[in-house]
Design a protein around this ligand. Structure first.
Ligand code: AHM
Ligand code: MG
Length: 342
């Protein structure tokens, strides 16, 4: 029988990759792992249970209709993280303000978590892959005090770990603690995440571009030109490329991680900063991309170097295979040299 490495075994084996106290990483990740399993169970039931499907009737801070499963996933993540007592606060797409734990041991937690508990939620009721994205930072304030905004507004360069869960044809947990990227597939028959994708590397280049082309008219000139470049015929560079857009960032990103490709959500006329959120979408995926040999930028600046100013801040995103992101950057710079330098 081939030896299978479970997520728990892997964490124990790789404690040395985590520059902080033994046990902390394992407790943090086991909270996320547990929540992932519970959310996975509910995601797979969606459609069977009337109660879960459909909008919950309220809107999240971004003014988007919130699905019931979003609320459910948010609560599961919060409860699991709170119970492990390593985390003193949580910032979530679903909560306008960050949550600071002020009771029990959690106030002594040395970490904060930022998350999009259920990304791609407009895809829930149509049976299309969705995901969870998370970032983990060391807190800036003293343990024993309530977490403050400055604990959350840290640049991606200061991350201690980040990852995502994709609820797809199978459920996978992909994460990095800054020493490469590893992917674990949930074996639902035994309820265990098993190492299935060790040391993931994103191909240097690829043939897939992912963008919501419905917004084409509103894109910056450089993006329009890059799209045309992707569509041109050229035998040497194997163009035209293929266009694939699921509308779930985690799923589009994950596919490109494995096959090679670029995902873009640029600024548009109506959304000058794009749609995606810096703290719990762009930064964690940029960390994973870079750890796998890829690249992520807002078009002008490396995502991980951006100093965040707001919990729910949006930035444009160009992420994926290194050479493809660099090509897109070159088109942006050529079309708008002033913006590229600013
Ligand atoms: P969400 O967090 O509310 O689900 O929004 C994020 C999602 C991404 O998963 C996806 O890539 C993008 O929004 C799709 O947006 P659009 O429909 O504008 O193309
Ligand atoms: Mg979401």
């Amino acid at each position: 029988m081939t030896k299978v490495t479970t997520l728990s075994e892997f964490i124990v084996e790789r404690q040395a990759d985590f520059p902080f106290a033994k046990g902390e990483l394992s407790r943090l990740l086991s909270a996320i792992r547990l929540a992932a399993k519970v959310v996975n169970r509910e995601v797979n039931k969606a459609g069977l249970v009337d109660d879960i499907l459909g909008a919950a009737g309220n809107e999240n801070v971004q003014g988007e209709a919130q699905q019931k499963l979003d609320v459910y996933a948010n609560n599961q993540m919060i409860n699991a993280l709170k119970a492990q007592q390593e985390v003193c606060g949580i910032g979530s797409e679903e909560n306008e303000d960050f949550i600071a734990f002020d009771q029990g041991e959690a106030i002594w937690g040395k970490y904060v978590v930022l998350m999009d508990p259920l990304d791609g939620s407009s895809n829930i009721d149509v049976n299309v892959s969705i995901g969870t994205i998370f970032s983990i930072y060391r807190r800036k304030t003293k343990p024993g005090t309530k977490a403050e905004l400055k604990d959350f507004l840290q640049p991606g360069l200061d991350l201690v770990a980040a990852g995502y869960i994709i609820y797809g044809s199978s459920t996978m947990l992909v994460f990095s603690t800054g020493n490469g990227v590893n992917g674990f597939t949930l074996d639902t028959s035994i309820g265990v995440f098993c190492l299935s994708h060790p040391n993931m590397r994103i191909p240097k280049t690829g043939r897939i571009y992912s963008i919501n082309e419905g917004n084409y008219k509103q894109f910056p000139e450089g993006v329009k030109r890059y799209i045309k470049y992707c569509q041109e015929e050229d035998a040497e560079t194997d163009r035209p490329y293929t266009s694939r857009y699921i509308g779930s960032l985690v799923a589009d990103f994950h596919r490109n991680m494995i096959k090679g490709g670029i995902y873009m959500y640029p600024s548009t006329g109506t959304n000058p900063n794009g749609k995606l959120r810096l703290m719990y979408e762009n930064i964690p995926l940029a960390f994973i991309a870079e750890q796998a040999g890829g690249k992520a930028t807002n078009g002008k600046q490396r995502i991980l170097e951006i100093q965040p100013e707001d919990l729910h801040q949006r930035t444009p995103l160009f992420i994926g295979s290194k050479e493809m992101v660099e090509k897109a950057e070159a088109f942006l710079a050529e079309a708008d040299p002033v913006a590229a330098k600013s």
